[in-house]
Design a protein around this ligand. Structure first.
Ligand code: NDP
Ligand code: MG
Length: 376
């Protein structure tokens, strides 16, 4: 029985992680949960899973919770996340918060030798060099939850596979794959949120429509697997059945397939290197699958290459891109800017940014904060 603490338990990945654990209740125990402001949902999670530790964003919410749930110890804020990262009896820390709130908790969990099941891509995009260096020093595994990176791990078989030549990351292409740029300019948040294959949180769904998500995933893969950017390729695969591929030196390609559901990569990150029967066992019908692969259209979706370019430049540039993108995406979701303005906001920020190579964590947070303040 392994103990699991989930940061971001009330979100899309967090709730699905709890579904996986519920199904595998004899294998995993929910030791702790952390969320932002969805107190009602976390209450029902406490009742169902009886965690020993819970952290929520605001201090004011814990007074009532502590009275109601006497067997649970409550924490709050970023300090609360840090506390959960250190709990002695924990085995696996699932990082499914959005944004950058958990970066310090991830570093602390690594120092405390906890296995990290990582959904949050901002952690690696912003501080990949720092996080992976610390993981190596502490001999800690960072197991990906993101479906593409889970697929790559499954194909590589072991993280440092010397025969792997190229990583091929697949992308559905998003809801606007077949639309013109003129049409895109007029699409609302509702249309951008209508993802053809995956049900996810709002921010990442918009990132799929702009293809920024795929660029962030290339950066994530670069850090996780220590692959040069020239050996990480992107293929548009509208069916979202092949979740990614690895090309080997002898011309063999290995692909990982299955229904587009986060339950499978979440479960694999928890069970690695074992596999158990789970929610999605028997969910895939191999017959009548029509699998297509296309080159990305970089004219129509310039943010894919721009994001990868920021990854290649390294230093503070991925931080600039990530912050500008996040502010722009939330403005778009609020109806304040149009879809193509996301692109304009990011390009303007990148063009005026001054790179800092090998930034410290403080410099990363400072630049991130400055951009959010200025654009917000
Ligand atoms: P959601 O927006 O659905 O969930 C975010 C979670 O983070 C919620 O539980 C939220 O709590 C919590 N949270 C937000 N702010 C804080 C805070 N200050 N303190 C503590 N908790 C906080 O996001 P997703 O589940 O979609 O995505 C999570 C991460 O996983 C992202 O980085 C995303 O890129 C990545 N990812 C997601 C995939 C998906 O399928 N959804 C696929 C691959 C990666 P509350 O709601 O209570 O405020
Ligand atoms: Mg993904």
């Amino acid at each position: 029985m392994k103990n699991v603490i989930i940061l971001g338990s009330t979100g899309s990945i967090g709730t699905q992680t709890l579904e996986v654990i519920e199904k595998l209740e004899n294998k995993f125990n929910v030791l702790g949960l952390a969320c932002g402001s969805n107190v009602e949902l976390v209450k029902s999670q406490i009742e169902k899973f009886n965690p020993k530790y819970v952290s929520i964003a605001n201090q004011k919410d814990i007074v009532e919770l502590q009275k109601e749930y006497k067997n649970t110890e409550f924490f709050y804020g970023k300090e609360g996340l840090l506390e959960l990262s250190k709990i002695k009896e924990n085995d696996i820390l699932v990082v499914a918060t959005s944004g950058i709130v958990s970066v310090k908790a991830v570093l602390s969990a690594i120092e405390n030798k906890k296995t990290i099941a990582l959904a949050n891509k901002e952690t690696l995009v912003m501080a990949g060099d720092i996080v992976m260096k610390k993981a190596k020093e502490n001999n800690v595994s960072i197991l990906p939850i993101d479906s593409e990176h889970s697929a790559i791990l499954q194909c590589l078989n072991k993280i440092d596979n010397p025969y792997a030549k190229n990583l091929w990351i697949t992308a559905s292409g998003g809801p606007f794959r077949n639309n013109s740029r003129e049409e895109m300019a007029n699409f609302s948040a509702r249309e951008a949120l209508n993802h053809p294959r995956w049900a996810m949180g709002k921010k990442i769904t918009v990132d799929c429509a702009t293809l920024v998500n795929k660029g962030l995933e290339v950066i994530e893969a670069h850090h996780l697997y220590n692959f040069s950017y020239d050996n990480i390729k992107v293929a548009i695969h509208p069916q979202s059945i092949v979740h990614s591929l690895v090309e080997f030196a002898d011309g063999s390609f290995l692909a990982q397939m299955g229904v587009p559901s986060m339950h499978i990569p979440i479960q694999y990150a928890l069970s690695y290197p074992e596999r158990f029967e789970g929610i999605k066992t028997n969910s895939f019908n191999i017959f009548n699958q029509n699998l297509e692969f296309f080159e990305p259209d970089n004219q129509k979706f310039p943010l894919l290459n721009l994001t990868i370019e920021c990854g290649k430049l390294g230093g503070i540039m991925p931080v600039v891109l990530n912050a500008a993108n996040e502010v722009a995406v939330y403005k778009f979701l609020e109806g304040k800017i149009n879809f193509l303005d996301i692109e304009k906001t990011i390009i303007k920020e990148i063009e005026s940014a001054k790179n800092i190579l090998n930034p410290t964590l403080d410099e990363i947070f400072e630049v991130d904060k400055e951009i959010r303040k200025r654009l917000g």
